[in-house]
Design a protein around this ligand. Structure first.
Ligand code: CXF
Ligand code: ZN
Length: 368
């Protein structure tokens, strides 16, 4: 079948709209007609960083849409079902067997290789040349996506897909870091470094679990205002305040939990240094600098920990419906993070996400 997709061909070129050929779903595949897709910073990184994914490729990994067709082995969903798309995992490695699919041993092959698990390349372009896809098991910057059972989550008919789309990555990453990975509890202190969509999702989740204080750190006053609006009890402007000193002032002996979403080495260092004894720092963003400068003595003395977090330790079939319920009850006001763009304006959405003019761009594909 023919689909329309935004194709990334080179690192400095804008995405280009192309008609591509996509095969009908195989026995274990699900064809989804996309209604919306969030844009995540990992999409931007994949465009920019040479070698992160093969090119040309169709990116996008916060898709939401309606099932159009299913292969013969699919029982989880049927045509007409509304679904959110998320990361893919193999389902049988030690991590998946231990209910930790976001640490699947085949995570890179399943989500970043540009190929299907069978090794085939999903599309051909107008000249018959191959185009990579299957990004996070979906490639949602398109009118249609081929997915598999493990990376689709059914939601209620009529659910607002053009708001819920980013639950599949950015929102579950931030919220899951608080609710799943770190299991932050009532009355426990948390500092969130970076108030993009992941950091703000962590703040909304921290409010849901009753964390206190909830301290947001960023350099943009508008983002800090958004953080306060969404649950932060305190904010620190790192452009003009001494973050470590302010954290000590607010908490006395340091924070129980820190979440680092900015990807800045000095921010990771401050986050770790700000931990109370037995505190944990969750690292959600990869730093570009090779050295972070954490002194192991800081970890050892006081039993402090630092741990990496991918996709908020989410088991999507369980956690995404929980988040949908929080949204429905008004506890996860996603609409405050979102700016909508028509699919045709994808390069503008990417530009605005880059510069921080918008928190979470969501593309509308014009279906439904
Ligand atoms: C994540 C996905 C899982 C591995 C680490 C990076 N990015 C999501 O956007
Ligand atoms: Zn993402």
């Amino acid at each position: 079948m023919k689909i329309l997709a935004a194709v990334a061909r080179g690192r400095s070129e804008p995405l280009g709209f192309e008609s591509l050929n996509l095969a009908e779903p195989a026995h274990d595949e699900i064809l989804v007609k996309l209604v919306a897709s969030g844009v995540c910073h990992t999409d931007l990184r994949a465009i920019e960083v040479e070698g992160m994914v093969p090119k040309p490729i169709v990116l996008g990994h916060e898709g939401a849409g309606i099932v159009e067709a299913v292969g013969s082995a699919i029982t989880k969903v049927k045509p007409g079902d509304a679904v959110l798309l998320t990361f893919d995992s193999c389902g049988s490695c030690p991590s998946c067997s231990a209910r930790a699919p976001s640490y699947c041993q085949h995570l890179l092959a399943r989500n970043f290789s540009g190929k299907k698990p069978s090794g085939s390349i999903p599309y051909t372009d107008a000249s018959g040349a191959p185009v990579f896809g299957n990004f996070f098991g979906q490639s949602s910057f398109a009118t249609h996506a081929l997915c598999r059972s493990r990376n689709v989550v059914k939601v209620a008919a009529g659910a607002p897909l053009d708001l819920l789309a980013p639950l599949g990555c950015g929102i579950q990453t931030g919220a899951g870091a608080v609710m799943r990975s770190l299991k932050v509890g009532d009355g426990q202190s948390i500092a969130v470094f970076g108030t993009g969509s992941v950091g703000l999702s962590a703040i909304m989740a921290a409010r849901i679990v009753g964390a206190d204080p909830i301290i947001a750190i960023d350099v943009h006053p508008a983002r800090l205002a958004a953080a306060r609006d969404l649950g932060a009890t305190h904010t620190i402007d790192a452009s003009c305040e001494d973050v470590a000193a302010r954290l000590r002032e607010i908490t006395g002996h340091g924070v129980k939990f820190a979440i680092e979403t900015s990807g800045l080495a000095r921010s990771v260092k401050t986050a770790v240094e700000s931990l109370a004894p037995l505190g944990t720092c969750g690292v959600i963003a990869a730093t570009r600098e090779p050295e972070v400068g954490i002194v192991t003595r800081q970890l050892m003395v006081g039993g402090r920990s630092i741990r990496g977090i991918a996709e908020g330790d989410s088991i999507p079939d369980e956690f995404i419906p929980e988040l949908v319920e929080h949204y429905a009850r008004g506890r996860l006001p996603l609409e405050r993070l979102v700016t909508h763009f028509p699919f045709e304006h994808i390069n503008e959405a990417i530009h605005d996400a880059h510069g921080g003019a918008v928190i979470k761009p969501i593309l509308r594909m014009g279906n439904r």
